[in-house]
Ligand binder design. Structure first.
Ligand SMILES: C[S@@+](CC[C@H](N)C(=O)[O-])C[C@H]1O[C@@H](n2cnc3c(N)ncnc32)[C@H](O)[C@@H]1O
Length: 436
């Protein structure tokens, strides 16, 4: 009997959500459990991430192949077309299986009428593949699999190496770990990995980072449940290192969820009094889970960093981490749905939100204290331009330069180019409040 939940049908349901505006990680977390077999889940995940990585091209191809656009209620069928094309172009699935299984998934989605359509479109693609690819790839945004506005920004920002940057953003990300040095050294953990047959290298730019040769399930990582390691990109690990908390200090992580950097701050300094704040109460639960696994506790507060109120805003902090909401353009390789979901017109409101958070949080920093402004963006207006505008408006603030062997120095702060030393694209600026 045909299964109701096969990988392609579930992938189509997930992608329907993404095409409807939801995040891929959130839709995957909700719908992947429909598949019981880890192998089926693995295939569905591969299909979803692959489709979103190549979306600009797959979308252009279906536009050529469909006589008229599908209705909004049939985004799952649109997704099946992407899934079929993705397999034909990029996966080592036999062509006839890719076509047959993708068309069959329409029936499992309760849309028998679409079986013939998916079959017909995919067969038409096979017949005209070369000519169609040449036609759609004539558009640079399709050829480089990036939205046109973002491609243009990357070209402007890195005229010398924009192609490398685009390639890095289109690549599969490595899986990186952060070793909890309170429980053992990085070398000890590398040794443990080697004993378990897991190949890995240290991430030179970081004090605790390791990059695995191959991604794997966290369940296979020695000591994961006991908090020996966390999964975290190397670039993200530089945040807590740069904030450099000292034992016993009062620290505010003002945009904390899901808590990757909160956990790292607590690993770096014994007895830290950490307040982890986030506007999203559900995401704050993830902070709780992550800290529990590491055996740490912090004060968790749901609140708006742009409008401080309540207990967390009634004290002054030695250090503040401001990992603000941003365009996430530096982490597209990890979240390829950003290419589709993020629009150019989102940038100005994000810049305004960052400005209001930075302005509202600054008074909570003690004189002589340090604030690290962080984004996973590669756009200067969210980064050095944001910091420049703040410094121009706030007399008590001064930048302390980041002297580091990683990334590129900007007029203010430092930018990691995506893929640089296997890291995601992060931006950091370190600010200090003048002592009165
Ligand atoms: C880049 S993420 C933080 C990632 C986190 N620092 C980590 O390392 O796991 C940005 C966070 O800011 C939160 N956020 C957005 N607007 C906020 C606001 N006005 N006040 C507080 N948190 C906010 C989002 O809910 C999101 O969890």
């Amino acid at each position: 009997m045909a299964k109701k939940h096969d990988s392609r049908a579930v992938a189509a349901r997930i992608l329907k959500e993404v095409l409807g505006g939801h995040s891929l990680s959130e839709a995957s977390a909700r719908l992947l459990p429909q598949l019981e077999d880890p192998k089926d889940r693995g295939l569905a995940q591969e299909l979803c991430y692959g489709v979103m990585r190549w979306h600009p091209q797959l979308e252009a191809l279906t536009r050529q192949l469909l006589k008229k656009p599908l209705k909004p209620k049939d985004l799952d069928i649109q997704a099946l077309l992407f899934i079929g094309l993705y397999q034909l172009l990029y996966l080592r699935v036999a062509d006839h299986a890719a076509v047959h299984e993708s068309a069959g998934a329409a029936e499992r989605l309760g849309k028998r009428w679409a079986v013939g359509l998916v079959n017909g479109v995919l067969r038409a693609f096979q017949r005209q593949q070369e000519a169609l690819l040449a036609k759609v790839d004539a558009d640079p945004a399709v050829r480089y699999r990036m939205p046109a506005w973002l491609l243009q920004r990357i070209q402007q920002h890195w005229p010398q190496n924009w192609q490398e940057t685009v390639e890095a953003l289109n690549s599969r990300p490595p899986m990186s770990l952060r070793v909890n040095q309170q429980l053992g050294s990085r070398d000890d953990y590398l040794q443990k990995l080697a004993e378990n047959g897991i190949g890995a290298q240290i991430i030179e730019a970081t004090r605790s980072g390791i990059v695995l040769d191959q991604p794997l399930d966290v369940g296979s990582l020695p000591g994961f449940d006991d908090g020996l390691v966390s999964v975290q990109d190397g670039g993200a690990q530089l945040a807590a290192e740069l904030l450099d908390p000292k034992p016993g200090e009062l620290v505010l992580d003002a945009c904390a969820a899901p808590g990757g950097k909160s956990g790292h701050l607590l690993e770096l300094a014994q007895g830290l009094q950490l307040t982890a704040l986030d506007v999203d109460g559900r995401r704050l639960l993830r902070v709780q889970e992550n800290l529990e696994r590491l055996g740490f506790s912090a004060t968790l507060d749901e609140g708006d960093a742009a409008a401080p109120s309540g207990d967390w805003s009634a004290q002054a902090y030695d250090r503040i981490l401001l990992d603000v909401p941003c365009s996430s353009t530096g982490v597209i390789r990890r979240h390829p749905d950003i290419k589709f979901l993020r629009r150019e017109e989102d940038i100005a409101p994000l810049v305004e939100l960052q400005r209001s958070i930075l302005t509202a949080i600054w008074p909570l920093l003690k004189p002589g204290g340090r604030l690290l402004y962080a984004t996973c963006s590669i756009l200067p207006e969210e980064n050095e331009q944001q910091v420049a505008a703040f410094l121009a408006a706030e007399e008590s603030a001064r930048e302390c330069g980041i002297d580091a062997p990683w990334g590129e120095a900007c007029a203010l702060g430092r930018q990691i180019r995506p893929g640089d030393a296997s890291m995601d694209g992060f931006y950091y600026a370190c600010l200090e409040k003048r002592a009165k």
